[in-house]
Design a protein around this ligand. Structure first.
Ligand code: FDA
Length: 291
């Protein structure tokens, strides 16, 4: 067993579609919406990305059959961006058409800085003819205020996140307080002018502020949604759903979980100690077995 698995399983639904569907069903019973992500990124071959498209297509079928309140989240480097832009767009549009057929929706995750412009360009190109498409925008980037304004002009569905990758000070606010402030400002713009925006954060201060700002400006609860990651702040997820907000849980699954877990571990130092403890425990067990 991978020594990180005990940590990983806290943050992902499992390694198979069935496990993801089980989680999405349970979340639906509790009143949550979901967005399901097939873990993986940076494919190198057409064979790999076609398998990814197929996995998403199978997932969409099950989502419809089980009447789950779910859509899908994808990464462009998983759909073949490293192989070619045209090829990636073909895979993406195939998936959106499929999602539309199933009355579902596709969110583009935003990857590291190298892919931001490409992701936005592809989004704009594809969104002209395929409206069931949303995009994540990272508040830690200096450029995001301008991107949000431009994307709102074309009626984009934006998921606002803080940003999960290691970026240089040339691209991103180095200080957390500036990232939080930028998130707050972009959230205000999206609440006032965006089309059904999503605020993807577990930051209670920002979530409280969104609720206050929306009610102060007579923006109804159902005009936006909060999104959170599977396994993080379940208490807060439940509180918000009980208050009548739309809450969508990001449910990742699949065998390629390592980069996702590393990002989650990097986000909090407590997670790092948790990981070290678990790895040490597994290693001790292995030593005992091999003795
Ligand atoms: P912040 O880091 O300030 O954390 C606020 C609180 O949340 C913490 O105090 C803690 O209680 C809890 N928390 C946060 N991270 C935790 C963790 N790993 N383990 C346990 N508790 C934790 N990023 C990106 O670059 N591109 C993308 O496409 C997406 N997509 C995306 C979708 C959805 C639905 C969500 C919720 C997030 C993303 N992200 C993302 C990740 C995002 O950029 C960010 O890294 C995380 O959400 C953590 O930041 P918070 O906004 O929660 O704030």
């Amino acid at each position: 067993m991978n020594p990180l698995w005990p940590v990983a399983k806290h943050y992902i639904a499992g390694e198979s579609v069935d496990e993801a569907i089980e989680v999405a069903k349970k979340l639906k019973q509790k009143g949550f919406l979901t967005t399901i992500d097939v873990l993986g990124e940076h494919v190198r071959t057409r064979y790999q990305s076609e398998a990814v498209v197929k996995e998403y297509e199978d997932l969409l079928k099950v989502i419809t059959r089980q009447k789950l309140h779910a859509n899908i989240s994808v990464k462009l480097t998983h759909l073949g961006l490293p192989i070619g832009t045209g090829y990636c767009i073909a895979n993406l549009t195939k998936l959106i058409d499929n999602a539309a057929k199933h009355k579902s929706f596709v969110y583009l995750d935003m990857e590291n800085g190298e892919y931001v412009q490409k992701t936005i360009d592809i989004y704009k190109r594809v969104h002209k003819h395929h409206k069931q498409l949303g995009i994540a925008i990272q508040a830690y980037l200096y450029r995001s205020a301008k991107d949000v304004e431009e994307l709102m002009k074309i009626g984009a569905h934006i998921r606002l996140v803080k940003g999960a990758y290691k970026e240089s000070g040339a691209r991103a606010f180095p200080k957390k307080k500036d990232v939080d402030e930028n998130f707050k400002q972009l959230m205000e713009r999206l609440l006032l002018k965006g089309i059904y925006p999503a605020f993807a954060t577990h930051d209670e201060k920002l979530i409280d502020y969104a609720q206050w700002f929306a009610s102060h400006n007579n923006i109804q609860k159902k005009k936006f949604e909060f999104q959170m990651l599977y396994g993080i702040r379940e208490d807060l997820q439940s509180q918000l759903v009980n208050k009548g907000y739309n809450i969508r849980i990001y449910v990742p699954f699949g065998k390629q979980w390592m980069p996702y877990i590393i990002r989650r571990l990097r986000e909090r130092k407590e997670n790092f100690y948790f990981m070290v403890k678990n790895v040490a425990k597994t290693e001790m067990r292995n030593i005992r077995v091999h003795k």
